[in-house]
Design a protein around this ligand. Sequence first.
Ligand code: FMN
Length: 249
Amino acid sequence: MDMIENVLLQRSSVRSYDNTKKIPQKDMDTILRAIQQSPTYISGQQYSVIVIDDEQKKKDMFEWTTGRSGEGQQHILDCSAFLLFLIDFNKISRISAYENMPLEITNYMEGLFIGTVDVGIGAEAATVCAESLGYGTVAIGAVRRCVKEIIQGYNLPKYTFPLLGLCIGYPKEHLGPKPRLAMNTFAHYNEYKLHDFEKAIEEENKAISVYYGNDEGDQAWSRFVASFYEKGYWKNLSSLYKEQGFDIK
Ligand SMILES: Cc1cc2nc3c(=O)[nH]c(=O)nc-3n(C[C@H](O)[C@H](O)[C@H](O)COP(=O)(O)O)c2cc1C
């Protein structure tokens, strides 16, 4: 019960870390075991993790993930370990070769979905485990900004794809739980029905403004979300899937 109250329900992303400390190997082993014991589609384990705790390698990741604005993600430098999650059908291709069988699922969206879900579930296991051990975490989707650099920098073979990062470190501050949209806009019983969603947007805008100590009247949250998805971004990704062997039909 303590774990639910103190870890799951209090969790928030941590972006400020004491960068002077290392994670003891025993704790990292526990986190890796927790990831590995997560549910995985058909027991196939279509994912892998690279633990990056080398200072130069974290610096490379910081630089690669920095966008055109030049504003980098300092937490990538300051965390103690950066877990890089990969979709990994390279191992599946070895199993197929071992069984002398072709591999075709990598040519379908289904292959990418399988790997993506495996990575997502594994990343959540890492988050819960690391937070339970007293560390802070933040997921890093910006690794998809620099897929090419990561593939080259880590010599990633065909049928792998870097999908998500996770910073783990010693938290300097916890912002506390960030407000979410009203429960009835997200959880549905036996049907899908959005009740009064515009009101829920207004409430979320207000709650997030209060959370960040801004003017309660602003629409910063809905404006941010809508602007983020206004146009496509990282448009080179589909050609990179192809280069990595995911020739999606
Ligand atoms: C797939 C994914 C990618 C994310 N990428 C980033 C990122 O690149 N940088 C960052 O600072 N936070 C990132 N986050 C963290 C979200 O911004 C954060 O979870 C969200 O604002 C909700 O806040 P909370 O985690 O504190 O509840 C990511 C989260 C997810 C699930």
